[in-house]
Design a protein around this ligand. Structure first.
Ligand code: 2NE
Length: 275
């Protein structure tokens, strides 16, 4: 694709393909695309733009270069209270910006595809887990390292992993902190497709374009339907509000709105009590 820069950032690139695909690239290859707070704030901003932009139908999340998708939180800015926005500042209080980003990807009403070359490790592994699909290069390597570096992600990092590959294997990821290659990842159901590194982007874009030919609302509802079961009330909330969006277009819902505005009693008698 002929990528066109759509906004400018420091830690990431945000580009459009011109035919409905937005690409977000973590650009910190010197640290295997580890994220610092600013990286996550920028990804969140780019996702918001991709969401609001009606010309965008599918979003690709990837890392710069062949060595890494993402190696998780930048350990150099990890303080005693979380990851620091301004490391070195006395009294700086840390945070886990990645919590909000994971939820944002889950709630985003367009498909998000992880395009993984090289390492998807730690918090970087969880980022690909929360994407809707993962296309991997044959050099991809997957793993959790939390217990090795004094950390863990018991939210999506454990729960979604277990749903995707089963409890036994998910526990193995977290309790042994080993790495798994692309072939093993495919066999476990952790990724959707493995291709030679040179074909990674072509294949990923082909998958995106297949989705672009499909009904956007049905894709949105399909994604929300999966998460309704997986994310508890917040997942149900998304699906329910999507149903409400569609309901608003009906004469029945409009009658409620118009009656309120006209300060009269609504007349719902003409609407069927559907069987
Ligand atoms: C990713 C991995 C396996 C790559 O290994 P290799 O051998 O290919 O590269 P190397 O030499 O380890 O890394 C290259 C440079 O990148 C830095 C390294 O320190 C090294 O720097 P220099 O020696 O060239 O100066 N680097 C790599 N990952 C980094 C990181 N995450 N933060 C800062 N610098 C990093 C190997 O590098 C690796 O295992 N990396 C560490 C993975 C890790 O511990 N991630 C954090 C897990 S915790 C987390 O992500 C998290 C969470 O648990 C909860 C909330 C939020 C985040």
């Amino acid at each position: 694709a002929e990528w066109c820069a759509a906004r400018s950032y420091v830690d990431i690139r945000y580009e459009h393909s011109g035919d409905g695909i937005a690409k977000i690239t973590l650009c910190r290859p010197e640290v295997r695309n580890a994220f610092r707070p600013q990286t996550l704030v920028e990804i969140s901003d780019a996702l918001t733009h991709a969401r609001e932009d009606e010309s965008v139908g599918v979003i690709v999340l990837t890392g710069e270069g062949p060595d890494a998708f993402c190696s998780g939180g930048d350990q150099r800015v990890r303080g005693d209270t979380g990851y620091l926005t301004e490391p070195g500042e006395p009294g700086a209080v840390g945070r886990f910006h990645v919590t909000d980003l994971q939820v944002q990807i889950r709630r985003l009403p367009k498909p998000v595809v992880a395009m993984v070359a090289g390492y998807a490790i730690g918090g970087g592994h969880v980022l690909h887990l929360v994407c809707d699909l993962t296309i991997a290069a044959d050099n991809a390597r997957f793993g959790q390292v939390g217990p090795k570096v004094g950390s863990f992600d018991g939210g999506f990092g454990a729960g979604l992993l277990a749903q995707q590959i089963g409890q036994r294997k998910a526990k193995e990821f977290w309790l042994l902190c080993e790495q798994y290659d692309a072939g093993e990842a495919l066999a476990m159901g952790l990724v959707n497709k493995v291709v030679p590194l040179a074909e990674l982007e072509t294949e990923t874009l082909a998958w995106c374009r297949r989705m672009l030919r499909l009904s956007p609302m049905a894709l949105r509802l399909s994604k929300a339907s999966f998460h309704a079961a997986e994310d508890g009330l917040t997942g149900i909330q998304q699906l329910a509000h999507d149903a409400n969006l569609l309901f608003y277009a009906t004469d029945e819902a409009k009658e409620g709105r118009e009656a309120f505005k006209a300060k009269r009693q609504p007349d719902f008698a003409r609407f069927p009590r559907r069987s």
